[in-house]
Design a protein around this ligand. Sequence first.
Ligand code: ACO
Length: 445
Amino acid sequence: MSTMVGTPPPAASREGIRDALMVVDQRTGKSYDIPISDGAIRATDLRQIKVDEEDFGLLSYDPAFMNTASCRSRITYIDGDKGILRYRGYPIEQLAGKCTYLEVAYLLLHGELPRPSQYAEWVREITYHTMLHESLKKFMEGFNYDAHPMGMLIATVAAMSTFYPDARDIHDPSSRRKQAHRLIAKVPTLAAFAYRHSLGQPYVYPDNELSYPENFLNMLFKFPADSYRPHPAIVKALDVLFILHADHEQNCGTHAMRGIGSSRTDPYSAVSGAAAALYGPLHGGANEEVLKMLREIGSAARVPAFIEEVKKGKGEKRLMGFGHRVYKNYDPRARIIKQIADEVFEVTGRNPLLDVALELERIALQDEYFVRRKLYPNVDFYSGLIYQAIGIPTAAFTVLFAIPRTAGWIAQWEEMLLDPEQKIARPRQLYAGEPERSFVAMEDR
Ligand code: ACO
């Protein structure tokens, strides 16, 4: 079967259709007008292309969604070729320079920046939902001392759905808002408890006097007998990192959030699934892999040899923290992170692995292999160096990504629920297995 796709004749000659693709099916000789709107055709419009009434109609085949938009969204805009990222229309550079993470979380969920009274109320709601149910704490104690913090986070967020059965009222806006408060507030507490558990140290409870990033650092690093006050530059850097990671349109984790949520499950179960997607080394798990890679390389002098190994690996061995499905230019988040790294290193001392990272970037950006494939540093390339300088163990890096992304996941989930065009997510397949055959009894096989 072949179809021919061509430029449509002038719109005037086809009544009612202004912007359309004319498709001629060479099997039947029939032609079809497929409307184009917002630079896209609707895949379901292809279904009218059939050889006879029995025919199901033409499917589009798009493994890994390389060229398929699954939703309309008003939340995040990315222009991957130009390296542009905006939340609700605001450039990421302006938000990172002028906002707090909680302001950005409000923006993502509500569509507008908060006015002072709205912000005060929002901060109050988040601050007063940071405590965990004591049974959740006991649940965490069941994990082995060396459990991966992401595994613990994924499991405990899922367990939260059993503590808040009201979360199943997903069609009630006030219930949705309450779960949003709880999730944004409690995920940092879960993350900090997971870290303390791995050290065998007592959990530090949230402190309502502290800001969102300060409270998180306090829960991570305060020793019960000592006072602890993180350096303001570290608090600021963490808040900026949270802003940069808050949303990124239809990536793997967000796609999981929408897909799971489309069955109308509660948001805790959906966030747990989204976090599981984030955990993978090709997605949010890359920040952990970057640090392992930089340690393996060890010194700037060994960078050229490593680059050669990556090139010979033909995709099997990758330069972690490089490349992106959407950005074919410098990831704007990586640019901001590189700047804040300098501010953090002024306080903590320079991370010796920075030289290895800078040399990797320098060589890769002029190497034909990376240039031709448009592989640039992504958000994960430099973030791990900052986390390490702050004192966060490598295994906890992806958790630091999951904390702020929770706001984006909830915003995307709510948008999906309120979109009248959305239904349960259920892709089609092209069956490539055996045709019908008769069962063979065990003794005859
Ligand atoms: N190092 C070396 N080669 C690479 C890299 C890399 N980091 N990334 C892509 N390539 C190569 C591929 O081998 C492929 O080469 P080919 O054309 O010769 O076959 C080409 O570039 C295109 O790569 P794809 O895998 O087809 O691109 P895709 O869009 O599917 O992958 C991804 C994007 C997963 C991010 C990829 O670039 C990668 O694996 N990067 C390293 C992991 C990483 O940093 N992930 C974090 C991404 S940001 C985030 O999720 C938060």
